[in-house]
Structures are given as C-alpha cells and as structure tokens.
Design a protein around this ligand. Structure first.
Ligand SMILES: *Cc1c(COP(=O)(O)O)cnc(C)c1O
Length: 242
C-alpha cells in the first residue's frame, strides 16, 4: 500500500486531474451549466493509498471507494502518515456487518441499496452520534446484475427514508447500462432525474434531494447533460498509470 510515487507518476496524476477537470467544465458549458454545479468524485479503487494521496495533492477533494475494507485501510494510512484528509464517499455495496467502521470514516454513502441498510446505518449513526449524508442507489432498468432499489419500492419507502434519525437523504446515485449507446444512456439518466424531481416534490420540507450522482469515465457527458451534480471518475484519472 505504501509504494512512494516517483516524480513522473506525480506529473501524470496532476495532468490527468487537470484534464478531467477541464473536460467536465467543457461538458457543462456545452449544455449551459455552471461548472461549479458539478463535483468530481475521484474514484481511487484502482490504486493504493500512496497514489490516492497524490490525487488529493493534485486537487481532488472527494475520494470514492467501492470496497469498505479498502476505504478503511486508506483512511488509516492517511491518518498514520499525517496527510490531510479528503472527504471519503462510499460508492459500492456496503455489507451490513461493515456499517460501523465505514460510518466512522466517510462523509457520504452514495450506495444505499436497500431500506434495511438505511435503517441499520441510522441505528449506528445514532449510536455514534454522527450525522451522515446518503444517496439511494437506484436501479430503474430492473437489471439483475446491478445493485439498487427499484422505482416502485423507492416511491413506497421515500417518506420513511427521509425520516431516519441522523441520516440526511441528499439524492440518488445511478449507473447506466453496460455497453448501452449514448442515446440510451441519456434516456436512462433522464429517467433518474425525473424520479428525483418527483420524489423531491413529495418530500418538500423533509429532504433536500439536491444531488444526482451519475456518470463515470465513459458517460459523464451524458450525465452532466441530464443534470448530474456528482460525477464518479476513475479510469480517466489513472491513464498512463494502470
Ligand atoms: C469504478 C466505479 C466508478 C468509476 O468508473 P470508471 O469507469 O473507472 O470511471 C464509478 N462508480 C462506481 C460505483 C464504481 O464502482
């Protein structure tokens, strides 16, 4: 986990970060959005803690991890090495027996994929006296290979999700279908946004569902065009390194 990065690696990571920032800004401009409305979550699951720290040094303030244990290990490594902490976002499936430690390390859990998990998070957040932001991972295409809560269940449970103690429901996370073409992807993201808008109307005064976490290295443009506020970029940040 601790291989020090050489000078050349540092340069590559800095360049990649700047390139991704400017590409995201371009995608915003193309659809008349203010680039400050879209935040890049740097997905660091492909690299060790030392390289993750270099991405933070390059300017990335939010790091996304999809495996709880790796997130804890990196969190500890940052702490032990006295490196200033980024904000950590959990973006992958969270097993219920990993709730306690994960909750203590992260700022947001983007991947709440069951009501049961949300309730356990709430119970643990109460125990730790720690408020936490979360997104609901939605699966609108009934794709069995993907995690996420379906539309019907989400609508039924929305009110309960918005009332969980110590949990702040901030929006939705979604992934587009694997190998879909650009028009299909745009349509899928548009459906997520419509669902968010509909939920928001029913939750006025309860939850502020301002965040839409959609878009990765291959489809961030479509996502930004459909209203993404968080894009989760991995592969493009590690060009030339992996
Ligand atoms: C890996 C991952 C990403 C980043 O995907 P890239 O295609 O590497 O940019 C985004 N979101 C989730 C949930 C992931 O697991």
């Amino acid at each position: 986990m601790t291989r020090p990065a050489d000078q050349e690696t540092l340069e590559i990571i800095r360049n990649n970060w700047q390139q991704v920032c400017s590409d995201v800004a371009d995608a915003c401009k193309q659809v008349d959005r203010d680039p400050t409305e879209v935040t890049i979550v740097g997905v660091a699951k492909y690299v060790d803690a030392a390289l993750t720290a270099q991405l933070v040094a390059a300017g990335c303030t939010i790091i996304g991890e999809n495996r709880p244990q790796v997130l804890w290990e990196k969190f500890d490594w940052f702490q032990q090495n006295g490196i200033s902490m980024p904000r950590w976002h959990m973006i992958g499936h969270l097993q219920r027996n990993k709730v306690r430690r994960t909750l203590a390390s992260v700022d947001m859990i983007q991947s709440v994929d069951s009501v049961r998990l949300a309730k356990e998070l709430s119970d643990e957040a109460v125990r730790q006296n720690r408020a936490i932001d979360f997104l609901v991972d939605v699966n609108l295409t009934q794709d069995a290979t993907k995690t996420g809560i379906g539309r019907e269940e989400l609508c039924l449970q929305a009110s309960a999700l918005s009332e969980l103690p110590k949990l702040r429901w901030c929006g939705l996370m979604a992934m587009s279908s694997f190998d879909a073409d650009s028009a299909t992807i745009a349509n899928e993201f548009s459906e997520v946004r419509k669902l968010r808008d509909q939920l928001q109307q029913s939750l006025v005064g309860k939850s502020d569902l301002r965040e839409l976490s959609m878009g990765m290295s291959g489809d961030y443009r479509e996502a930004i065009a459909q209203g993404a506020t968080l894009v989760r970029i991995g592969t493009r940040l590690w060009n030339g390194i992996l």
